[in-house]
Design a protein around this ligand. Structure first.
Ligand code: EPZ
Length: 429
């Protein structure tokens, strides 16, 4: 299995291009199931999760073509996917595929909306928490689907089509909002989605659905109105930039010191995280080309943060911020409110010399003068990259194992960092 080797101590200087957002690309690809016409998605990141979803959609009969790389192409340019779901040959999403990526469960809504039936494996547990799917199922029930669970599969049926309804989520859920939006787009009549997730990836999905002919207003707010239409058409849509990748490299720059332009990043997508970085003493500036992040000489100041749904501080940047705070001058506190078990990086950061005390959902971090390199184990996507960030500031060599987690969500990570002066390489085998 591949490993990432980092020798800490180098400041970062240069430009890091920001890729299209994984968490927007996945629901956008799934939205192709809603139409018989071709959906063209641009700026899709080249990631393991995208490749896996191509396979999952392929299993339903969806044809996906992608542009190959050409000599002279910008290696950082995203790919364009032409997705053709004209014929759905199979409405079952089997366990062996769904269990590998939770987001693949989201095929349920569009399949039942368009085909009147869908059978999708329950996604099962996950390293960061129990992550149930009850909100997805309740939303589809509200829209008139019959839902049965049998043998680990959800069977959803709506032979006469879905009907518009009022859907009130008890708690904000990104995925369940995607499910409700996609299903309501083809339902008969009006739907109102309340306590909807306001994440930019939800708004990006809604933008694409509108291009496909859906009638949606209010996406990006807590209440979304959807007037169902009988058919959706093809469209062309470009995936928005990845705010989590942006925040990750901003924290990497803050950790290592230096001056980096995050090219193509959109500061309006991660204001809460940028505010926290400023409070930590990092210079953050919006420019015409993206976001410029600088820390020269000044130390890192401790912060107190709770994760929250958008526009709050994202849970997907919690581990990276914790890595940064291990070098702060003083005591920081980070509370995780979204997932109950998203602290798997704590014990690995401790192997590098971090002093972190866990009490329920809150981690208290005593900033240490020194981190020292060590072998560490990646446990999930964002936890893995927090170890890379810590490794950039640790003395000596850090070896991050189980790199496949990183490949799920960070495109060309070691190339992007090494181009800015980090000593980082992938060791194959
Ligand atoms: C999305 O997951 C993201 N995944 C996650 O990113 C992200 O951490 C999460 O949203 C929160 O921002 C993708 O976009 C592919 P949720 P999702 O439903 O939609 C509970 C990454 O690293 N809940 O918003 O699955 C749930 O347990 C990944 O890129 C229910 O109780 O998350 C959690 O406590 C990891 N019942 C909370 O809601 C449900 O039916 C929010 O989860 C659904 C969710």
């Amino acid at each position: 299995m591949d490993k990432i080797r980092i020798v800490g101590g180098n400041a970062l200087h240069g430009t890091i291009p920001i890729s299209g957002a994984k968490n927007a690309a996945l629901p956008l690809m799934i939205a192709s199931l809603l139409t018989e016409e071709k959906l063209v998605l641009e700026n899709v990141p080249r990631l393991a999760d995208v490749a896996l979803l191509q396979r999952i959609l392929g299993n339903h009969g969806v044809d996906i073509t992608t542009n190959g790389k050409r000599t002279g192409d910008d290696p950082n340019a995203g790919q364009t996917l032409e997705i053709d779901a004209r014929v759905i040959v199979d409405t079952t999403a089997p366990y062996d595929l769904v269990s590998r990526m939770r987001a693949s469960f989201w095929v349920l809504g569009p399949l039942v909306a368009r085909m009147g039936v869908a059978r999708v494996s329950l996604p099962g547990g996950c390293a960061i928490g129990t992550r149930p799917v009850d909100f997805h199922l309740d939303a589809l029930r509200a829209l008139g689907a019959d839902i049965d669970i049998d043998g680990g599969y959800v069977l959803a049926k709506a032979p006469k089509g879905l009907k518009g309804a009022r859907i009130v989520f008890p708690k904000v859920s990104v995925g369940a909002t995607h499910t409700a939006l996609m299903a309501a787009a083809l339902a008969d009549g009006e739907s109102v989605i309340e306590n909807a997730a306001r994440e930019p990836e939800v708004a990006d999905l809604a933008d694409c659905l509108v291009k496909m002919g859906a009638r949606i207003s209010g996406a990006g707010n807590a209440t979304i109105h959807v007037q169902g239409v009988p058919h959706l058409r093809g469209a062309r849509h470009s995936v928005l930039p990845d705010r989590i990748e942006t925040g990750t490299y901003a924290m990497a720059t803050a950790m290592a010191g230096g001056d980096v332009l995050l090219a193509g990043a959109r500061p309006d997508l991660l204001e809460s995280a940028l505010d926290i970085l400023r409070a930590a003493g990092v210079e953050v500036e919006a420019t015409n080309e993206g976001i410029r992040v600088r820390r020269n000489g000044a130390g890192i100041l401790p912060v107190e943060v709770s994760t929250a749904p958008y526009p709050g501080f994202p849970t997907d940047l919690q581990a990276q911020l914790m890595a940064l705070m291990t070098k702060a001058k003083g005591r920081s506190r980070i509370t995780e409110t979204i997932f109950e078990n998203r602290f798997m990086h704590v014990q690995e950061l401790a192997r590098l010399g971090a002093k972190i005390h866990l009490d329920g959902d809150t981690a208290t971090i005593e900033g240490a003068e020194r981190l020292t390199g060590a072998p560490v184990m990646a446990t999930d996507l964002r936890a893995s990259v927090s170890l890379v960030i810590a490794g950039l500031a640790a003395e000596g060599e850090t070896l991050v194992q189980r790199v496949y987690h990183l490949d799920r969500g960070f495109e060309r990570l070691e190339a992007k960092l090494s181009r800015c002066g980090a000593e980082i390489e992938r060791i194959s085998g």
